[in-house]
Design a protein around this ligand. Structure first.
Ligand code: BMA
Length: 318
């Protein structure tokens, strides 16, 4: 059997509801960051009302001995932000060296539909919320760590309602992280029988590499017995991230283990954060919307793999 590109950590699932020091339903789809030499996860916690909030967990080695805070770092605040009525979900964290701040992009959920919200923080204790930055229906937004051509850039995934029109990854630009424009379709969902047909979304924030921006994205395969969420890779041009340089034909990571196959939502691996430490690329992913898992690879190996396994139809919706 071919060696897997991403290897599951033996301690999987690395973090579960039992590690949270207050009663919750599940913990999954966490944002990830390296802070003061430790791994910080911003956990999406679904409480026992069904509503999600974010809580910070820290670990020295990124896999074991998690210290989960006893209260949320960011909880829905529907009085000030009505778009958070039914919770906040799926945080993605990006460090902006130019501002010396972390940016968290996340989904706010309400009767108006899911949309993209943004908050900034310096310490993961106090957050400045910018509120809704893209209207519904939109999810899976992640910021690039650097300004490109004088503008902040963000990938996002609007959801057209028109039958037969897929949900694709778009690129947007902003002068101030608040006002977003210059929207451009960048990575279209494939069609038909492909693993990433009709609906895709960015997973972790784009990672700067010697070959371009490495993008991890999820593809959703609809089957008669439900959806399968898997992860694939793409490479975007450093100077013009609307140019797709490479895209994996095959998915690189999918649900296989029992904890990925069964849970609140089975057959889901859903990544919101990754960490590069030396050449080790660690992905953190929600397994079956129930627990948090980790898998590792080598960045060099990933880039070499993409060179060989890139789909020549790269940017096109095939
Ligand atoms: C997506 C998001 C994720 C979730 C996934 C599988 O649409 O809502 O939060 O993990 O579905 O249920």
């Amino acid at each position: 059997m071919m060696d897997a590109l991403f290897r599951r950590h033996p301690a999987n699932p690395v973090l579960t509801a039992a590690d949270v020091p207050y009663p919750v339903n599940s913990v999954f789809n966490a944002g990830a960051a390296l802070v003061d030499g430790e791994t910080l996860l911003l956990l999406r916690i679904e409480d026992r009302t069904g509503i999600s909030h974010f809580t910070v967990a820290r670990s020295a080695d990124g896999f074991t001995n998690w210290r989960v805070e006893p209260q949320p770092a960011l909880a829905p605040s529907p009085e000030r932000f009505p778009e958070e009525q039914w919770g906040i979900e799926d945080p993605r964290i990006t460090w902006l060296p130019e501002l010396n701040q972390w940016v968290v992009t996340y989904t706010s959920f309400s009767s108006a539909g899911p949309l993209v919200s943004l908050a900034v923080t310096e310490d993961f204790r106090s957050f400045e919320r910018y509120g809704a930055v893209l209207p519904p229906e939109n999810k899976d937004a992640a910021l690039f760590p650097l300004s490109i051509d004088g503008a902040w850039r963000m990938l996002h995934r609007p959801m057209p309602k028109m039958p037969g029109v897929g949900a694709h990854i778009w690129l947007a630009a902003s002068p101030d992280l608040k006002h977003w424009g210059r929207h451009r379709l960048t990575l279209p969902a494939r069609r038909g029988g492909w693993w990433d047909a009709n609906k895709i979304g960015v997973s972790a924030p784009p990672l700067e590499t010697s070959r371009g921006w490495l993008v991890l994205y999820h593809g959703v395969r609809e089957t008669v017995s439900g959806s399968i969420y898997r992860q694939g890779l793409a490479l975007l041009d450093s100077g013009d991230p609307s140019r797709v340089l490479a895209r994996s034909a095959e998915w690189v990571f999918g649900p296989e283990e029992p904890y990925e196959r069964a849970g609140d939502v089975g057959n889901v691996v859903f990544c919101c954060g990754w960490i590069l430490s030396g050449d080790e690329l660690r992905i953190y992913y929600g397994a079956a919307d129930t627990a948090i898992c980790a898998a590792t690879s080598s960045l060099e190996e990933v880039l070499a793999w993409l060179e060989v396994h890139g789909d020549p139809g790269a940017g096109g919706g095939r």
